[in-house]
Design a protein around this ligand. Sequence first.
Ligand code: C2E
Ligand code: MG
Ligand code: MG
Ligand code: MG
Length: 281
Amino acid sequence: RADTAMYRIKKGGKAGMSIFRIEDQQAELDMRQALQGGELQLYFQPIVEAKSGAVSSYEALLRWNHPERGLVSPVEAIQAAEEAGLIEQVDLWVLREACFAQSILMPQERIHVNITVKSLRDPYFVELAAEVFAQTGCPPDKIEIELNETTQRLDASHILPQLVMLREWGVTFSLDDLGSGSSSGIGLLQELPVQTLKIDRALIQNASFNRVSRAMIRGVVAMADELGLSVIAEGVETAEQRELLMSLGCLKLQGYYFSRPQPLDRLRPNAGRLLQACCGE
Ligand code: C2E
Ligand code: MG
Ligand code: MG
Ligand code: MG
């Protein structure tokens, strides 16, 4: 990394082109190494019933333990994977890992996974997903795919056939990060088979002091009721937020107030042994 930076400083100008290539190659090497060398890991955060606090499902969240840089944020990891042309491999790794966890360690629970639109545009990705369900024994109706903010800048028609196929197998979909600055997600409801609306943390944080945010949350809840969809409020950090969200009609909540994302072996103390027995990990 340091060498690459030095190279950029020394050359610059027109040589910039070749430098980008070098950095891409580095990103690609890093991400290949991450995939093969066991540097990627999934953490799981419960989504709970607002009233009882009972776990309703889990969201799988990517963690990258980079050998030099330490813990790299998933947003950056996904960006690196996209730049390295490895996003479909990473998304598939996430799906496979989540399906193994579901099948072996939490057969009663549903798991949410975040999958990029890049992958969902590709019909071949859906074929590979079918293999993952078959190999892991995870029933597709135990998986919910979260469509994140980048989704929402995209033409729905590119992903619709793939989503319809997954939906036929039982996979459900949520629109992630509704109400965040970067999202124009609600419009996609008209075109995509979506079952869940996830309200972004930013809106939840504002709700305590901003009546516009409260009105927006009520609006999402009313829309979901009319359409028979579920609503999940993300980023709930305090008892006050929980109370407020319940009063606004949100039945499912997710956030540090209930639990931070956790590695599997903390959720299921025998996880390592069970996974090794089954999948030789
Ligand atoms: P997201 O899907 O909206 O995930 C929720 C994020 O909010 C997670 O951040 C989670 O750790 C964080 N969070 C949960 N509760 C709280 C809370 O009470 N307070 C605060 N401040 N934060 C909370 P994380 O894990 O850093 O992931 C960030 C984003 O990266 C995700 O947003 C998602 O868009 C993307 N991402 C994460 N894992 C994956 C993955 O496996 N694949 C893909 N394609 N994207 C992923
Ligand atoms: Mg998500
Ligand atoms: Mg979100
Ligand atoms: Mg997000």
